[in-house]
Design a protein around this ligand. Structure first.
Ligand SMILES: [Zn+2]
Length: 122
């Protein structure tokens, strides 16, 4: 796994780097995974850590891939008070890369909505 930001830049595309390592957000509906038509396990594109099952994926209408739960122990959740809002940042538990945010307004039984950037997932 890359040990510093210079190494991350070598293994990630510029778009991936901007989101994963600089906590950027991709444009909605830009991601190839925005629609819930892919089966299997979505992994961290940076380190390969399995993060979310396609069983947890749902169509949120936001333009970002959305899940109602993460695989056990796959992600870390960190309080994020940037942009004047209190949000929960979701990062990969293995490599610490930024994945997206978690909201508690999900439409399914879990009540959770993990709103992720598709460039972070493979
Ligand atoms: Zn990772």
């Amino acid at each position: 796994m890359p040990q510093n930001e210079e190494e991350w830049k070598k293994v990630l595309t510029p778009e991936q780097y901007a989101v994963l390592r600089e906590k950027g957000t991709e444009a909605p509906f830009s991601g190839k995974l925005a629609k819930p038509d892919t089966d299997g396990v979505f992994k961290c594109v940076a380190c390969g850590n399995p993060l979310f099952s396609s069983d947890a994926k749902f169509e949120s209408g936001t333009g970002w891939p959305s899940f109602d739960q993460a695989l056990p122990g796959a992600v870390k959740e960190i309080g994020d008070n940037t942009l004047g809002m209190h949000r929960i940042e979701v990062v990969c538990a293995r490599c610490g890369s930024h994945l997206g945010h978690k909201f508690d307004d999900g439409p399914t039984d879990t009540g959770m909505r993990y709103c992720l950037n598709s460039v972070c997932l493979s």
